[in-house]
Design a binder for this molecule. Structure first.
Ligand SMILES: [Zn+2]
Length: 102
């Protein structure tokens, strides 16, 4: 089974500090199809992205902007984004997980 796990798993308030999957994604990983895993890995490594992270300029992925009703960021502990400009787009997983929890 393909996995983005790099054996550096640490639950950083809802998101893994090693592979940057949410805890929900990690728990569901073995229940999704190979195609879904492939897509998830491509989103994690930036092959599939919806925009550029306003903080690090790396590819970032927002599920909402791709027509989904929820986004991966809903399932992690809410982060304090008050230091960001109001109109900024979503951070990438790395940058969002580095912010303190709200
Ligand atoms: Zn970033």
């Amino acid at each position: 089974m393909k996995t983005p796990c790099i054996a550096a798993c640490k639950n950083n308030d809802g998101i893994c500090s090693g592979c940057h999957r949410t805890m929900d994604e990690i728990v569901n990983w073995r229940h999704i199809t190979d195609d879904e895993r492939e897509e998830a890995i491509n989103k994690l490594n930036g092959t599939l992205s919806s925009h550029t992270c306003p903080s690090c300029q790396e590819p970032a992925q927002c599920d909402i902007s791709q027509g989904k009703e929820t986004c991966w960021c809903f399932s992690i502990e809410k982060r304090d984004t008050s230091a960001l400009p109001n109109n900024s787009t979503c951070l990438c997983r790395k940058c969002l997980s580095k912010l303190p929890t709200a």
